[in-house]
Design a protein around this ligand. Structure first.
Ligand SMILES: [Fe+2]
Length: 202
């Protein structure tokens, strides 16, 4: 049962989280285990130092198509073939190592960090212009943070588990109903590459 401790959220957020008591059938989101070791607390320490923008959910664009402005996600219309770091990763060796590990599986096409401040939220929406699938990796998930998908329950980030999420076919909304900021990153990959195919079909 979802609880939402504050009345500070817009009515639609309260309705979205409190009215729909659905549970996941695994089709919209499922936990995944990445095939390499990493240290979430070490990544979090670096992620806290990244140069975030000042949008309501603060973002730091880290990896994407070479020679383009930030497309915002792995766009359905993308014709990119080459992808590079969008900030100097030498200052963030753990993040660089993680990205190298991902690219060793197969190419990743877009990666961004997102920092949500206390009482922050994202209104219900679908990512209609983006690759349907992305993997979310939480680095902090304070109690009161929730990622809800309409008719599909909450995404299970307990233990800072990554999840494969279909954000273009399912309405979703996010809240951080806590007193701490929370940081995640998410990435898209070339899911048809041999390495990612093998990983997803294990
Ligand atoms: Fe979204």
């Amino acid at each position: 049962m979802t609880t939402l401790n504050t009345e500070t959220y817009p009515k639609l957020i309260r309705d979205f989280f409190l009215f729909d008591n659905s549970v996941s059938d695994g089709s919209a989101h499922r936990p995944v285990t990445l095939p390499f070791d990493y240290d979430p607390s070490g990544l979090l320490a670096e992620a806290e130092q990244l140069p975030y923008d000042d949008r309501p959910v603060r973002r730091c664009y880290v990896w994407g198509p070479t020679g383009q402005d930030d497309p915002g996600c792995d766009l359905l219309s993308s014709t990119a073939r080459e992808y590079t770091a969008q900030i100097d990763l030498e200052r963030y060796p753990r993040i660089k190592q993680f990205i190298d590990s991902l690219n060793n599986i197969g190419p990743i096409t877009y990666l961004t960090f997102k920092r949500m401040e206390p009482k922050g939220y994202i209104m219900p929406h679908v990512d209609s212009e983006c690759n349907p699938y992305k993997i979310y990796v939480p680095l902090s998930w304070p109690a009161g943070s929730m990622f809800k998908m309409f008719g599909q329950g909450n995404v299970d980030f307990t233990g800072l588990k990554p999840n494969l999420i279909n954000t273009s076919d399912h309405i979703h909304a996010v809240v951080n109903d806590s007193k701490e900021s929370r940081i995640i990153f998410s990435f898209y990959a070339d899911w048809s590459s041999a390495g990612w195919q093998k990983y997803l079909n294990r």
